[in-house]
Design a protein around this ligand. Sequence first.
Ligand code: AMP
Length: 519
Amino acid sequence: MAKIIGIDLGTTNSCVAVIDGGEPLVLPNSEGSRTTPSMVGFTEDGEQFVGQQAKRQAIINPGRTIYDIKRLIGHKFKSDLVSRYAKLLPYKIVENTNGDAWVEVNSQPYSPQEVSAMIMRKMKQTAEDYFGEEITEAVITVPAYFNDAQRSATKDAGKIAGLTVRRIINEPTAAALSYGYNKGQDVNLIVFDLGGGTFDVSVVQLRGGVFEVVATCGDNELGGEDFDRAILEFLLERFKSDTGIDVSEDNMALQRLKEAAESAKCELSTLSETNINLPFLAVDDSGPRHLSLSLSRSQLNDLVHELVERLESPCLTALKDANLDKSRIDDVLLVGGMTRMPLVQEKVEEIFGKKPHKGVNPDEVVALGAAVQSGILGGEVREVILLDITPFSLGIRVAGDRFSPIIPKNSSIPTMATKVFTTTEDKQDMVTVTVLQGESEIASRNKLLGMFNLTGIPQAPAGTPRIEVTFEIDTDGIVSVSAKDLKTNVSQTITVEGHSGLSDEELARAIQRNTKKSA
Ligand code: AMP
């Protein structure tokens, strides 16, 4: 049977694992590292490097080094996140024809899906080197709080990389699989996952080989990059007040400051104070100007205080949704590099009243869990059953900009649900079904997944036609919706997949461009 690989496609680092001899195993890349920076570098003539080599060239080639691409995937160019994010980013973000955020390198636009595919291709290559055979199938992890557009986009990235994506699985769920695999204990587990770009928290019950996710919550716009940014802004301010020079438009200086900010953050997880020295950051009439200062852990804690506070509310919501008091939690599993930060660990202990479990490597546990899921699909792992849920409520817009949920959040997937609606006007022969995802009662505050019209409704007084709307969520968390007039049986269906993503032509072009490159 063909091998299926498990890929953790992280905002900052990616990791690939497989089941080998019944056990999950992380595979080292060609440079010997167990994780690969999620970075793609381009040369002026379009040559590409992925991983460590891209990271190395970032300072000298900032406009052509793409990082954090996972933050853009499935996002519109005009969204708040992208406009906030585009500031202080050394590379260029552009709007494609249907309003999605793409990046531009060497005057050539690339979708986030295609850039992610370049990273996945390196993961694929790592596994092919290990097994000495072509790998064509993968399980890919995404943050639990990824919405439909982001999941579909991740699947497209897999296709561009030449992989059939057998399953999209939530990162905290993968972490729980890795933690509980072969453990055989009954446990109420919290998976607290703070990575480079996103925050997820899940409540998982492990009962005799059955892994049931009972609630999940999070923040798609909170991660290590925000911590780096807080430090970066502090450094920019400090340099400006010391020298009068604003380097926020200087890409090379920005890249150096960003790297220094991240290193300082990581060092302060083990040290109480660190030095930041950036010689020749700018030049003025008096000659070269340097940045040199020391940063203490307590200063860092002040800079990121608000970000750490934002971790609490999703945790409380997850506990409430799971109907569990924190006293019934047996273990708290930390996932994602940011959970190494002492202030984050203190916050976790404060929220759950328990010291977190330290027995797993937060950089590898998600990929290992993806490998366990691959083993389940490939038949190598038989004793595990996984029951996952959908993190958002799904429904449609009804009169008065109200949201009518059809599938409530935290429902087990796959799932299907139906509700019957009617018309609001006499002789109305068409209804527009607006598919939304979110928790607000006000429709326009939720995320628009797609719209379609059901036409040919026989003319009748308002309130008489009966229109049945059916929502279906598959095991990847991808949604399809249909509407049927119960009198005529005329129906319309959309798979929401693809709505905010690549058109068929864009996907075909990206596949062709990347196949040619690797041939
Ligand atoms: P991940 O997405 O799980 O790879 O997490 C990456 C994030 O964790 C990045 O923002 C890193 O800067 C951060 N990180 C990694 N190591 C540490 C550390 N020792 N202390 C604080 N943050 C860290």
